[in-house]
Structure formats: C-alpha cells, structure tokens
Design a protein around this ligand. Structure first.
Ligand SMILES: CC(C)(COP(=O)(O)OP(=O)(O)OC[C@H]1O[C@@H](n2cnc3c(N)ncnc32)[C@H](O)[C@@H]1OP(=O)(O)O)[C@@H](O)C(=O)NCCC(=O)NCCS
Length: 151
C-alpha cells in the first residue's frame, strides 16, 4: 500500500510515541548506552509530541496506520523515526523529501539535521554532508547539511 505523508493530529501522539520507543529500544540501543535510551524514552512521551506540535511542524507517514514521523522547524529536521517493522521501505526517504520540498518552497537554500549515530549513514546516503559533531543531553549527534536547489 502506498505511503501518504500528512500533518500530525493530536490523536497520533500515542502511536508516534510508541514508534519512537520501539526504535530507541530496538535500533538506537545498538549505538547508545542504556541510560541515554531511558532518558530519551522518558522525554518522548505522547504529551511531549502534543507540546512540541506548538513549536514545530510534525508530519506522519501512514498506510493502514501511522508507520513513521518527522518534524521540522524551518529548515531544521527533528525526530525522524520509522517503525522497525516498516524499515527499508523508503519511508524515511519519503519523509525527508516531504520536508525538504516544504523548506525549499519557504525559500531556504539548505537543510540541516542533527543525526543520531544510528542514522548518520542514512543522511550521508541521502546527500547530506558533515558539518560538525555535537554533544547533546541525548549523547553524540552529527550535524549535517544538504543544499536545497531552487527550481
Ligand atoms: C534512519 C531511519 C529513519 C531510516 O528509515 P527507513 O525508512 O528505514 O529508510 P529508507 O527505507 O527510506 O532508506 C532510504 C535509503 O537509505 C538507506 N539507508 C537506510 N538506513 C540506512 C543506514 N542506517 N545506513 C546507510 N543507509 C541507510 C537505504 O538503504 C535506502 O537506500 P536506497 O534508497 O538507495 O535503496 C530508520 O532506520 C530509523 O527510524 N532509525 C532509528 C531512529 C533514528 O535513529 N532516527 C533518526 C534520528 S536523527
């Protein structure tokens, strides 16, 4: 079934939090210690997504149900997570393309992301290049950028 990307609604929050927690426990836990994973799970609750939706644009990918999420604030990418059961279907790429198109339309000439160790090579594969490393409250992140060419 084709994946559709749409804007977040408050009733998506519980499902998104469940996807994020699964990713953190099953995927990101390969690259980060347990105390960081626990801290991230405590932070990314359903209520937090509702709160964040006031300051960021949140999107979800769905087929018969929500299978992934991404957020943006202008040209900055946040919280890209794809349900591990749906990984490798092009959903992460589609979510990135969606917000890159919107940022380009808003006049930005580049996109910027703070990537987990886990997602670093995914972003490199999508054409992002390293700018610097950043030590955050959730451990090491890579700051990467990609030019957005105007049509
Ligand atoms: C990183 C993540 C979002 C990728 O989502 P996905 O839907 O599985 O990725 P896609 O299927 O869209 O992959 C797109 C391309 O990137 C490649 N790719 C995906 N993950 C990759 C990785 N970890 N390393 C290198 N390449 C990767 C795919 O092979 C695919 O290549 P192709 O289009 O040339 O065939 C997903 O694995 C995830 O949620 N990870 C855990 C959470 C996380 O770390 N999120 C990022 C926080 S910054």
């Amino acid at each position: 079934m084709a994946i559709r990307v749409r804007s977040f609604r408050p009733d998506d929050a519980a499902r998104i939090a469940a996807i994020v927690h699964r990713c953190l426990r099953e995927v990101n836990s390969r690259d980060y210690p347990a105390h960081i994973i626990d801290k991230m799970c405590e932070y990314f609750t359903a209520e937090r997504f509702i709160e964040l939706s006031a300051s960021r644009l949140i999107y979800v990918a769905e087929d018969t149900r929500v299978v992934g999420t991404i957020s943006r604030d202008g040209n900055k990418v946040y919280t890209l997570f794809v349900d591990p059961d749906s990984a490798g279907r092009g959903i992460g790429r589609q979510l990135m393309a969606h917000i890159e198109t919107l940022a380009r339309r808003d006049g930005y000439d580049h996109m910027e992301t703070g990537a987990s160790i886990t997602a670093h090579r995914f972003y490199l594969h999508l054409g992002y290049t390293d700018v610097r490393e950043s030590e955050t409250k959730f451990g090491l992140n890579y700051i990467l950028r990609k030019p957005l060419r105007q049509p």
